[in-house]
Design a protein around this ligand. Structure first.
Ligand SMILES: [Zn+2]
Length: 294
């Protein structure tokens, strides 16, 4: 009798234990289902993103900041043959906000300064290889220099109509490269803070310049850039909150390093780039881009 009572009690406790365990398992499964799509995405590896920085493309003697159309053709052919996909800034922004995926081997291709030959020489090659690119323009170059002497592939800058043509091609996104802070010779290096300048004065000068170009592009081309390229890679930390407040989502530097993209939107601030010198062969440059400066 005594044994029988103990046995019944044992069974009762066992059933209670099983019910508690099942309830815990149920709660665990439900909580995983609710939180399963969170941004943390355990097991998702950061994606390496090499970023190329071009400037002018012209059939002349190549230099540090000029490559020939033949060299650009060779670069794009190399990337295509080696399985790289040129992604847009838009795709990167979507990815860091948890939407969509990146291709297996993404590369970001950028041009600085807004040379007219980015339209006349580069765009046809991007059409040929079905690739995307970013052109970061300087407002004053377009307003003054391009207006005075447009459409010479050797030295002209893009006009506002040229910039609209690039946007309408569906191949190019436009970045802000400052309205009139593209100079290294004065006390201010690029758009950085001058030594001794108050934070308030810097903020005012920087905001005024960047918003001038944003407003001009919006009214001339119906487009609002969200990519910002620091002239000469000169960065002041005070610029970062200003750019965020103005709605920029991607900023480009000139440090020659590989980038690693995660689902964190902050990883698109300060993307490092390798300048594509015309003095290197395609193979030499790609080796630096992918393996670092060795
Ligand atoms: Zn520049």
């Amino acid at each position: 009798m005594y044994t029988c009572c103990n046995f019944k009690r044992f069974i009762k406790l066992l059933v209670i234990d099983i019910i508690v365990l099942l309830a815990a398992a149920f709660i665990f499964i439900i909580s995983r289902t609710i939180n399963g799509s969170s941004a943390s995405e355990p097991g998702e590896e950061p994606v390496p993103l090499p970023v190329i920085m071009y400037h002018s493309v012209f059939s002349t003697e190549p230099s540090e900041y000029v490559i020939t159309p033949r060299q650009l053709d060779s670069d794009l052919s190399w990337l295509s043959d080696h399985g790289f996909t040129a992604v847009s800034a838009e795709e990167l922004v979507q990815y860091v906000h948890g939407k969509g995926e990146l291709p297996e081997k993404p590369v970001l291709i950028t041009f600085d300064d807004g040379h007219y030959n980015n339209l006349s020489a580069a765009l046809p090659l991007f059409e040929k290889y079905d690739m995307r690119f970013i052109v970061s323009v300087v407002g004053r170059f377009t307003d003054s220099l391009a207006a005075a002497d447009p459409h010479n592939s050797a030295y002209s800058y893009l006009t506002w109509n040229d910039i609209s043509e690039l946007i309408n091609s569906g191949r190019a996104e436009i970045g802000n490269h400052t309205y009139d802070m593209h100079s290294i010779s004065g006390p201010r290096k690029g758009c950085s803070r001058i030594a001794g300048e108050s934070e308030e004065d810097y903020r005012s000068a920087f905001t005024g310049d960047i918003s001038t170009l944003q407003n001009t592009i919006r009214s001339a081309c119906g487009y609002v850039p969200y990519v910002f390229a620091y002239p000469f890679g000169q960065i002041s930390k005070e610029s970062i909150p200003v750019l965020r407040e103005m709605g920029f989502l991607v900023t480009l530097t000139c440090y020659e390093r590989m980038n690693y993209i995660t689902r964190d939107p902050d990883c698109l601030f300060g993307l490092d780039r390798y300048n594509r010198s015309g003095l290197l062969s395609t193979e030499e440059y790609m080796s630096r881009l992918l393996n670092g400066n060795k």
